[in-house]
Design a protein around this ligand. Structure first.
Ligand code: XMP
Length: 513
């Protein structure tokens, strides 16, 4: 069955995949295409609507990203967001200028007033907070357009031409900070584009399986399995698509949590798949010896993983494809396109330049964490697996600050196990999205019994989040923190002080390295 489709035309903004995800959330299929895509190709895709994304450019700059203005003559509705809105206004005869210092330039949460007669805002409150991030503004709106929202500083926060189905907003409806933002996108899809809501995660799953089969044919595939949610969902998807052509390889780099290697092996040995465990602790620890710079650690681990997979591939023979459970936040934080590198996720930015496989397949690359969980359920994975908290590919290497030794890894494993046990005992394990211990590189003086100690400080981290792109620190009750602290200091040698990390993301990241 052919689904209705919306095209998200990418002008280089930070939130483009988030827009795509919002459209999917509204039950409409969508694809992100670069703004340079030829008009004929876009037309051939037969979209029911276009969403033009934001972007760092200015429409009046010489090198401004512009697409064929004929796009406005296709009779297809358009929603322009931020730069996308300015591009529409500029192309259709309006005037966009740099905002004066304290007038219409706006960043962050902004009180906004809406005309609820406009289809975009129908059924929504007339006043609300929007997330602004623009230095340009529309000084004159094009003919046929009317003003649909304003703020104290900007009279043109939203514009619309309801006859042609053109809508533009200066703010970002796709981010959580904009109140009712998703509802505005939904209104555009359903009230303006006439969407039927004919797309589900089940469709995504079927399409992904079909595409994998087409690509792989009768070839052999290796899958990098860590036992975490992402790679387990990728494994279930691939198993469904290519069955016994798939071999799942679990590389135990010696930096897993307590007993985790054995648990992963026990869980996946029960599946009807080819499963191999490679014990590579010595090899990884040797490569990491003396290394303390976080990006350096990540690159070493990324490369070593690939070398192990290549070796297993050679043993099996004629393996063309390597599958990784990379998800969208991994891609964006590793610096996709013009975005800054926050950290090289081992399966993206940590990859070596040369990889001895014909291709790396990443079927979850465009999904957010909660969508991956949904897909896992679609594939029939058990709830305990789908709800597992994430564990980063580089493992404890990025939770041991400074250089890594086996002793430190063992110390951290014991402390982390107590933390997790007490969180579960307190019934908080489903409330906190991710929680773990970090072995800091700081030692401090303590007193135990009658003696002086000079041991490591352990940091506890717990966050709540839905997409892991932003996160809030978890409000763990003091008495639970107290129990954890007492137990760890008493039971784990080498640790004499516990601190709790109260930094949200941003400005912190979830992991410490
Ligand atoms: P940060 O620390 O960037 O983490 O806020 C966001 C989420 O990603 C996980 N993470 C990783 N996952 N490979 C992974 O598979 C990696 O290299 C990696 N680094 C961070 C992290 O645990 C959190 O859930």
């Amino acid at each position: 069955m052919k689904h209705q489709m919306v095209i998200v035309l990418d002008f280089g903004g930070q939130y483009n995949q988030l827009i795509a995800r919002r459209v999917r959330e509204c039950g409409v299929y969508c694809e992100v295409k670069p703004y340079t895509t030829p008009l004929e190709e876009l037309k051939g895709m037969d979209p029911i609507g276009f969403i033009f994304t934001g972007g760092p450019g200015s429409v009046y700059a010489e090198d401004a990203p512009l697409c064929d203005p004929e796009i406005f003559n296709l009779g297809v509705p358009v929603l322009g967001i931020c730069y996308g809105c300015q591009f529409m206004a500029h192309t259709l005869g309006g005037r966009v200028t740099a905002a004066q210092a304290d007038t219409a330039r706006e960043y962050g949460k902004t009180k906004t007033f809406f005309d609820t007669n406009c289809k975009l805002f129908r059924g929504l409150p007339a006043e609300g907070i929007t997330w602004m991030s623009h230095g340009d503004y529309m000084a004159k709106v094009p003919e046929g357009f009317s003003l649909a929202a304003h703020t104290d500083a900007c009279p043109t926060a939203a514009i619309c031409d309801e006859i042609r189905g053109f809508y533009g907003v200066q703010y970002h409806p796709e981010v959580n900070h904009t109140e009712n933002g998703v509802q505005m996108i939904r209104n555009f899809l359903y009230e303006v584009c006439g969407a039927a809501g004919d797309w589900t995660m089940g469709d995504y799953c079927r399409t992904a399986i079909r595409e994998i089969r087409e690509k792989v044919g009768s070839g052999k595939v290796l899958l990098a399995l860590s036992g975490g949610v992402d790679s387990s969902v990728a494994a279930a998807l691939l198993a469904e698509a290519v069955g016994k052509q798939l071999t799942c390889v679990f590389v135990d780099h010696g930096l897993m949590r307590k007993n985790e290697g054995d648990e992963v092996e026990a869980a996946f040995s029960r599946w009807n798949i080819n499963f191999i465990r490679v014990n590579a602790e010595t090899r990884f620890l040797l490569k990491l010896a003396g290394v303390s710079e976080p990006e350096h650690k990540r690159k070493i681990i990324g490369e070593e993983f690939i070398r192990v997979f290549e070796e297993v591939g050679k043993e099996i023979g004629s393996v063309d494809y390597l599958v990784q459970g990379t998800i969208y936040p991994d891609v964006i934080e590793s610096g996709a396109g013009d975005a800054a590198v926050i950290k090289s996720h081992h399966n993206v930015g940590g990859l070596p330049d040369y990889v001895d496989f014909k291709e790396i397949i990443e079927p979850l690359r465009m999904l957010f964490k909660d969508e991956v969980r949904q897909l896992g359920r679609e594939l029939g994975l058990p709830e305990y697996l789908v709800r597992r908290q994430p564990f980063p590919g580089p493992g404890l290497a990025i939770r041991i600050i400074g250089d890594i030794t086996k002793e430190k890894a063992d110390t951290l494993r014991d402390a982390d196990a107590i933390f997790r046990e007490e969180i579960a005992n307190a019934g908080l394990d489903t409330e906190i999205s991710q929680y773990f211990a970090v072995l800091t590189n700081t030692r401090s003086v303590g007193v135990m019994g009658d003696g002086r100690t000079y041991d490591y400080t352990l940091a506890l981290r717990g966050v709540t989040t839905s997409d892991f792109m932003t996160a809030d620190w978890a409000r763990i009750p003091y008495d639970v923190l107290d129990r954890i602290s007492v137990r760890i200091v008493n039971e784990v040698a080498g640790i004499n002080r516990i601190v709790y990390d109260i930094t949200s993301k941003p400005p912190g990241t979830i992991e410490w390295e």
